[in-house]
Design a binder for this molecule. Structure first.
Ligand SMILES: [Zn+2]
Length: 702
């Protein structure tokens, strides 16, 4: 729905089409991946099957003495039949681990047979393919040239996967190496043409953190080539102070200054190296994904790269999710953020990871949800499908949610997230000063989550199309480019609401300090930024006053500081903002008040309730149905929440036809009484245990 800003203001004045405002949904998937692997969009229920091949179980050691029998059972007809009878639609199994196709030949053929069984039961197959392991002992025997295909550190030593002490047989291949990429394509070709897989799971999709980055000849020369392609001579002089970058190397570290302690990344070569690594991973994925789809356009691609869990992923792993998820239909997160409300006031969730997936029309496969009612509830509420439910044997709570989803599937399909509020996750700000920008993003998101304000996450590319959002929040988005500042100004002038916190806009996208605050005119009274510091001192905005003002047709609110509630935990290595920080800030009300004010007219949904009650809102355009999903994150301690009041705003010319509650705790859908005044519809949920959703059906506009 593309309501432009002028119509938006018009409708506001006429107080008519508030419903249209409610239809503010997420961004379109880029054309590059449309219509491929489409079946995933209809939702999926995936389970295995062990995903480790026997050869790996043996080489790793410590296995059970009956490991061979277990391995055979995990791909057997009785297991597949059992999963099918339990409602599993996609069978997950191993295919390629990185020992080389010669060493794995026998087990790859067994996988082909297992996939044939799954297909016979009408299931699809999800096959594991290792992205970044090369078990050199067998691989080098098969392919002696492969000693040149691996990542090497600055001393020339092979770079390893970082699984504790005992997996030093796993080298990491280098994605700059074209010969390795050709080899990986052979694996993909086998997976699609021989095995006839429907879904490729690429595991361990990331690079190692510094100082463990690849210094092989292809990466070093590739980095220099990247710089000379990206920048003109004049731009190189502006970037580095000189033009000839033929001797610029990937970063080197000294013993006294480990990279995990680097708080602000100023060095242009390090900034560019991060960008190079992110682009390298995106280009490699694109190659593999396009190759796979050239063999079978229906094959869905998935990467295990993790979600948004407080890490500086571009800096640590060469992972810029916004570049990657255009080439996938799905991604995996193994983050250790089991959804729960804790006694110390933290509300831990995977909501950010689900919102990331939805921003790029991906389905999230989250690990660790099996048999956890809150985890399963969060899945359905935010993923709009189950994705992965674990491995055999499936436990009772998991089976209950599978049944519930299958019964009510049409209430999840073709749904759009309702997105009046957009939280900006700025690549440059989060990458170059993660400690500060990530904490602010987390605190703002916590405030919205725990107040049940509908929001989506937006990334740099989305600033070009903000018309669908009533409010844009810049949570300490320090580094904004000139183009981004222009887009933000235009958005506000045209009627958008803007909420700015802390040091947003004080730096450019190379994190150079702007002599004039980037948002001046929109925001008054911001303290100036700080240029290069050898030892980073934190800025205190404590004395600066907040402000609200009308600019053009829009509104701007400025919040000079966000206060962590309690004592701020000490920094983690690489300044990861782990869930120890995931708490509603002390001044959360200031944030939600500013959002409500900046929106101009009411946010289309309000749900009353305690801070551990969370909501998600979707709309099904074809069925003209709004859906309000409710999850009790404190279900273990407070098993039931009573009398939850919900208000939705509808357009004057539309009528609410029916309000119905669905919950896994009851076999039957329950009609709810509601009141409608032609402007809003209100109803009460008498009791919520862990999860329920309410469908609000409306008539066609006259
Ligand atoms: Zn390399």
């Amino acid at each position: 729905m593309a309501l432009n800003r002028r119509e938006f203001i018009g409708s506001m004045v006429a107080s008519a089409s508030l419903k249209d405002l409610a239809l503010l949904h997420t961004t379109e998937k880029p054309a590059s991946s449309s219509a491929q692997g489409e079946w995933v969009q209809n939702g999926m229920i995936d389970a295995g099957g062990m995903h480790e091949p026997y050869i790996f179980v043996v080489r790793r050691g410590g296995q059970r003495t009956d490991a061979r029998q277990i391995s055979e059972y995990e791909q057997s007809e009785p297991l597949i039949k059992q999963l099918h009878s339990q409602g599993i639609e996609v069978f997950h199994t191993h295919l390629y681990k990185g020992f080389g196709m010669a060493a794995e030949k026998e087990e790859m053929e067994q996988t082909r047979d297992a996939v044939a069984i799954a297909h016979r039961y009408g299931m699809k197959a999800d096959t594991y393919v290792q992205w970044s392991s090369m078990m050199y002992e067998t691989f080098f025997a098969e392919e002696p040239r492969a000693e040149h295909w691996i990542q090497r550190d600055i001393s020339g030593l092979p770079i390893l996967l970082t699984y504790g002490y005992q997996q030093s047989f796993r080298y990491k291949p280098c994605f700059s190496n074209l010969e390795y990429m050709e080899y990986l394509k052979k694996v993909v070709r086998y997976a699609i043409l021989e095995v006839k897989t429907d879904f490729i799971h690429l595991d361990n999709f990331s690079l190692n953190a510094e100082p463990d980055s690849c210094h092989c000849p292809w990466c070093t020369s590739g980095f220099r080539k990247y710089l000379s392609t990206k920048y003109s001579s004049k731009q190189l002089r502006e970037r580095f102070g000189f033009e000839n970058i033929s001797f610029v190397n990937p970063p080197q570290w000294n013993r006294n200054n480990p990279p995990g302690n680097l708080e602000i990344i100023y060095d242009p070569a390090i900034q560019e190296w991060i960008d190079f690594r992110c682009q390298l991973m995106a280009d490699a994925l694109r190659q593999i994904s396009e190759y796979a789809k050239s063999l079978n356009p229906e094959v869905a691609m998935e990467i295990n790269q993790g979600g948004i869990s407080g890490e500086n992923k571009s800096w640590l792993g060469g992972i810029d999710q916004a570049r990657l998820l255009k080439f996938t239909e799905s991604y995996v997160t193994e983050e250790d953020n089991a959804p729960a409300y804790h006694a110390d006031g933290r509300l831990v969730s995977k909501i950010r990871s689900y919102k990331l997936a939805r921003a790029y029309k991906n389905v999230l496969l989250a690990s660790g949800v099996a048999n956890d009612p809150v985890g399963l509830a969060e899945l359905l509420a935010f993923n709009q499908t189950l994705g992965s439910v674990g491995t055999d044997p499936l436990l009772p709570e998991t089976l209950k949610y599978i049944d519930f989803y299958r019964k009510n599937r049409d209430l999840y399909q073709e749904s759009e997230d309702i997105a009046p509020v957009a939280v900006f996750r700025s690549y440059a700000s989060l990458t170059y000063h993660h400690a500060s920008a990530e904490l602010s993003a987390i605190l703002v998101e916590q405030s919205l989550i725990q107040s049940r304000i509908p929001f989506v996450l937006v990334f740099d590319e989305h600033l070009r199309n903000l018309a669908d959002h009533k409010v844009l929040i810049l949570p300490n988005s320090e580094c904004l480019s000139d183009e981004q500042l222009t887009l933000i100004r235009r958005y506000v002038n045209d009627g958008g609401g803007l909420v700015v916190t802390e040091e947003s806009g004080l730096y450019d996208d190379w994190r150079r300090m702007r002599t004039q605050p980037g948002l001046s005119g929109l925001v008054d009274g911001q303290l100036a930024g700080v240029d290069y510091q050898e030892e980073v001192q934190s800025q205190s905005n404590g004395t600066v006053a907040g402000m609200r003002k009308q600019v053009g047709r829009g509104r701007v609110a400025y919040i000079p500081s966000l206060q962590f509630d309690g004592e701020l935990p000490p920094p983690e290595p690489y300044f990861t903002i782990t869930n120890r920080f995931w708490k509603r800030p002390k001044d959360w009300k200031e944030i939600t008040d500013a959002v409500n004010w900046a929106a101009g007219d009411p946010i289309p949904f309000t749900v009353d309730g305690p801070e551990y009650l969370v909501a998600n809102y979707t709309y099904q355009p074809r069925k003209r149905r709004f859906l309000v999903h409710l999850v009790n994150y404190n279900a273990t301690k407070v098993p039931s929440i009573a009398d939850i009041h919900v208000r939705t705003y509808t357009a004057r010319n539309e009528k609410t036809l029916r309000v119905t509650l669905y919950t896994p705790d009851s076999d039957k859908a329950q009609p709810l009484d509601y009141k409608s005044d032609g402007y809003s519809t209100t109803f009460t949920v008498a009791e919520l245990r862990t999860y329920a959703f309410i469908a609000v059906e409306v008539s066609k506009a006259e």
